[in-house]
Design a protein around this ligand. Structure first.
Ligand code: SAM
Ligand code: DTB
Ligand code: SF4
Length: 350
């Protein structure tokens, strides 16, 4: 079969529904073929998350443990000091991550907060990591400022289909989200934008969510597909879980519709078996959140992910092979070198 994976922006509803309706094996075969046209199928990108400002968010996102409206027992934390952020980023780099993503529980950042986030971006970049932040809605001048600070990616999810959106969030609209995404693009940054499944949406909603992403003027470079992490106290606690095969289908259709994007198997991995994650990689997922925490909830232990990768023959993206960089040492040595470099970079400086 010769799949020609062109990046289209004119997907029709029926076409996407037809992809979802394919027999599972046919869908995975197509997704894998598209995947191989643009990517090394055995390579997965690693991003590490850090919550730089936790809880007390005024928004009402029904899935979110950080909304002030729900009693989830979460302790609110103010904006983290720069030095702590630098230390966490250095550790992420030493563990093999290539991107560091900082999340703040804001509706939108205040200009004075932005100044501190800009300093974080500069510090993380100085360690040799790619940077991503997710701070809520942005105004054009704020996107511009982040771009000037050297920010690589801005994460802002559409979360679900335009039709289902109102069931999940009432305090800001789908259009507000698109506006922020446009500001990010206009400022010249890369976009990380995806959504959540397992919130009680229909298969049609999942199709429409992906259609909204793929029909953006430019595909997001990074597309996180989150499975809802149910947190007691949030309105979505107790929602019926999604059929795991439907989760894989969502990944596969995202891969086919956005052939050049990294599709991230995001939140929800602690509740997935190794076999289910392997199916997601087969369906074209080629990025994960790596590190024992997401923002406020758990993520698999590094060691568990390392073992999974070893069992599947998957290589973390950007890992320097000892032979390739010519030092003649083994892999473990390479990791130690990176760890030491990261520690040096993270040492308190003037
Ligand atoms: N406040 C900012 C915002 O909403 O854009 C940034 C942080 S927010 C926590 C980032 C994203 O995390 C959300 O858009 C949502 O897609 C995801 N998320 C939050 N809680 C989640 C949960 N319980 N399960 C899965 N994904 C979740
Ligand atoms: C994304 O799509 N998922 C991440 C990141 N972007 C910011 C966040 C997941 C959060 C899961 C719930 C928590 O840990 O608070
Ligand atoms: Fe606030 Fe973001 Fe959570 Fe919504 S998802 S409540 S905006 S932190």
């Amino acid at each position: 079969m010769s799949e020609v994976p062109v990046a289209r922006h004119d997907w029709r509803r029926e076409e996407v529904q037809a992809l979802f309706a394919l027999p599972f094996n046919d869908l995975l075969f197509r997704a894998q073929a598209v995947h191989r046209a643009y990517f090394d199928a055995n390579e997965v990108q690693l991003s590490t998350l850090l919550s730089i400002k936790t809880g007390a968010c005024p928004e009402d996102c029904a899935y979110c443990p950080q909304s002030v409206r729900y009693d989830t027992g979460l302790k609110a934390e103010p904006l983290m000091p720069l030095q702590e952020v630098r230390r966490a980023a250095a550790e992420a780099k030493a563990n093999g991550a290539t991107r560091f993503c900082m999340g703040a529980a804001w509706r939108s950042p205040k200009d004075r907060d932005l100044e501190q986030v800009e300093a974080m971006v500069r510090a993380v970049k100085a360690l040799g990591l790619e940077t991503c932040v997710t701070l809520g809605m942005l105004k054009q001048h704020q996107a511009q400022r982040l771009a000037e600070a050297g920010l690589d990616y801005y994460n802002h999810n559409i979360d679900t289909s335009p039709e289902f959106y109102g069931e999940i969030i009432t305090t800001r609209s789908f259009e507000d989200r698109l506006e922020t995404l446009a500001h990010v693009r206009d400022a010249g940054m890369k976009v990380c934008c995806g959504g959540i499944v397992g919130m009680g949406e229909s298969a049609g909603d999942r199709a429409e969510m992906l259609r909204a992403l793929a029909n953006l003027p430019q595909h997001p470079e990074s597309v996180p597909i989150n499975e809802l992490v149910q947190v007691p106290g949030t309105p979505l606690q107790g929602t019926e879980a999604i059929d795991p095969f439907d989760f894989v289908r969502t990944v596969a259709v995202a891969r086919i519709m956005m052939p050049r994007s990294h599709v991230r198997l995001s939140a929800g991995r602690t509740q997935m078996s190794d076999e289910l994650q392997a199916l997601c990689f087969l369906a074209g997922a080629n990025s994960i959140f790596y590190g024992e925490r997401l923002l406020t909830t758990a993520n698999p232990q590094n060691e568990k992910d390392r073992r999974l990768f070893a069992r599947l023959g998957i290589r973390p993206q950007g890992q320097v092979e000892a032979a390739a960089h010519g030092c003649g040492h083994d892999h473990e040595h390479e990791r130690t070198c990176a760890a030491q470099a990261a520690e040096r970079a993270a040492a308190p400086s003037a």
